[in-house]
Write a protein that binds this ligand. Structure first.
Ligand code: MN
Length: 294
């Protein structure tokens, strides 16, 4: 019996970058790409990719100052460099290479995101991904929460006697569960493969699935090779695909159950209706998101 592999809808090169604050130079794969839009990767609403850049040394850390969020979660994955986070719920943390921060904005939080002080002083290579994971209507106003997930505490599935590893941030892979908790079914893996090694994945046809090639060069299902910084959008036919590393590679794999609800998006808020966006602004301006020092 031959396996019908999951189909690929598009291979998307990184769009022109823009700055977020003065510290993050990002390519926005979605919602910018009309092929994906606001619903095509739901529950993932946004992917900002800071492809690898060299940050020059700076005594004053660069980043994004205090700003609000409501209605979703921000998930930041570090590949190079270090990021510091502080929020009005009293949570803070620093993530470095291989670590993940998972912040639930829920009903509303103010936060700031900067290069970590010592990293900023020295400078060096910097590479990150930030995802916005949408919340369904019934959880949009949940209390803010912060999960700092260090690489050393992640579940790791070893492939071929350490020729590869699947680090499970959220969801499950071959019976191993990630430590992050999510409000809807989400799979988020960092897949690290040495050249010549393969890993197979299987997700429900109804889930939205994609991957970002962080480093290296891969083949999927024996198709043509794909290089780093490209995003691969899968279709909804078939469940299984195989990643083969042509060079030593790192791939971020994401798959989740779509949230089939209307989306109203404005700046840092992600709600179901325009009235809720207006309410978010009103609550923000009247101080209901708390306080955070600049
Ligand atoms: Mn933010």
């Amino acid at each position: 019996m031959s396996i019908k592999y999951k189909n690929i809808d598009a291979i998307l090169p990184p769009p022109a970058p823009h700055m977020v604050g003065d510290g993050f130079r990002v390519h926005n794969f979605f919602p910018s790409y009309s092929k994906i839009g606001m619903q095509g990767m739901s529950p993932f609403f946004l992917m900002d990719y800071n492809s690898k850049v060299i940050i020059p040394p700076s005594d004053i850390p660069k980043g994004v100052g205090v700003h609000p969020h409501r209605g979703f979660e921000t998930v930041t994955i570090a590949y190079h460099g270090k990021v510091a986070h502080n929020d009005s719920a009293g949570n803070s943390g620093v993530i470095g290479e291989g670590d993940v921060q998972w912040m639930t904005a829920g009903a509303g939080v103010l936060h700031k995101e900067y290069h970590e002080k010592e990293f900023s002083k020295k400078g060096g290579p910097f590479q990150m991904v930030q995802l916005w994971v949408n919340l369904p209507a019934k959880h949009k106003m949940t209390s803010p929460k912060y999960q700092g997930i260090e690489n050393k505490s992640m579940s790791k599935y070893q492939i071929d006697n350490k020729k590869g590893v699947v680090e499970i941030i959220a969801g499950s892979y071959k019976g191993l569960n990630g430590s992050a908790t999510s409000f809807t079914p989400v799979n988020l893996f960092n897949v690290k493969l040495t050249a010549g090694t393969s890993a197979d994945f299987s997700f429900k046809e109804s889930f939205n699935t994609g991957l970002l090639i962080i480093e290296g060069e891969i083949k999927i299902n024996d198709l043509k090779s794909m290089e780093e910084d490209n995003f691969v959008l899968f279709g909804h036919e078939g469940e299984t695909f195989i990643i083969e590393a042509l060079k030593d590679s790192i791939v971020l794999v994401l798959s989740g159950e779509p949230i089939n609800e209307p989306v109203a998006s404005y700046g840092p808020f992600l709600m179901n209706t325009q009235a809720e966006i207006q309410e978010a602004f009103d609550d923000y301006y009247s101080g209901k998101f708390g306080y955070l020092d600049d």
